[in-house]
Design a protein around this ligand. Structure first.
Ligand code: KIV
Length: 260
């Protein structure tokens, strides 16, 4: 089984759509690994698993713990780890933390939110040998509400120049989150690296979703999510049946018992 490299991802631009999903554990990563080019250990873990109202309080240690678990299940996909809020405020801090993530998790790259404001940091990390994925448009570490970006001319101009700055600084791919279709299309044409959309239209070079939303394990269903299954209902049905069987003494049965 050949591991997907940064170069493979770069070469997919304008050729083959790039498939990405988040994962926070080995069990899920093992499944995603068979079908996706990139697995993102997203700081969305804070909201999805820890009930936080945003991603601001997710710590470096939390990301490292989940990334280690994901790495165990991912043999083929490229694994990218989100750097949490305020862990890449300066070149020195960003490098120290990115190096720690890569060294401790053996993952392939880190993702940073921002544009022109962090392009110097991105360039610094890349020059030090760290693979960096960018993230523009709606930046969950800096907002409290999920509102579409790029409606005004000013916003369009800023987000486009953010993406260009990241691409010029050596980011190998850029996530575009929640922007109007025309802007995602323009960015994808303007930058030389693949764009990965979430709520950013089919014009991106690839797509990413939070897996819990996609499989119906979470209740988060904005317009950009397509729910492929209803896993929450599957779990609930199983738990209800188990509880009923225990109460009615139908579990454990003959087959579940050790005899000697
Ligand atoms: O944290 C996350 O899951 C993300 C994706 C939604 C792109 O950044």
């Amino acid at each position: 089984m050949k591991k997907i490299s940064i170069q493979t991802i770069r070469e997919k631009k304008n050729k083959q759509p790039i498939t990405c999903l988040t994962s926070y554990s080995k069990t899920i990563a093992e499944i995603v690994d068979k079908y996706c080019d990139i697995i993102l250990v997203g700081d969305s873990v804070g909201m999805v698993l820890y009930g936080m109202k945003n991603t601001k309080k997710v710590t470096l240690n939390t990301m490292i713990a989940h990334a280690k678990s994901v790495r165990l299940g991912a043999k083929r996909s490229l694994v990218v780890v989100d750097m949490p809020f305020k862990t890449y405020n300066s070149k020195r801090v960003a490098y120290k933390n990115a190096k720690k993530i890569i060294k401790m998790t053996k993952c392939d790259a880190v993702k940073l939110e921002g544009g022109s404001n962090i392009s110097g940091i991105v360039r610094y990390l890349v020059n030090k040998g760290i693979n960096v994925m960018g993230h523009v448009g709606l930046l969950p570490q800096y907002v409290s509400s999920y509102k579409i970006r790029g409606k005004s001319i000013n916003q369009k101009k800023n987000i486009l120049s953010d993406a260009v700055a990241l691409s010029n600084s050596g980011a190998f791919a850029i996530v575009i989150e929640c922007v109007v279709e025309s802007l995602a299309k323009k960015i994808t044409h303007m930058v030389s690296v693949p764009t990965i959309g979430i709520g950013a239209s089919k014009h991106c070079d690839g797509q990413i979703l939070v897996i819990d939303d996609m499989i119906g394990l979470s209740d988060f269903r904005p317009r950009f999510v397509r729910q492929y299954s209803k896993v929450k209902k599957v779990i609930e049905d199983s738990v209800r049946s188990y509880s009923r069987d225990v109460k009615q003494k139908r579990f454990p049965s003959f087959h579940n018992v050790y005899r000697y």
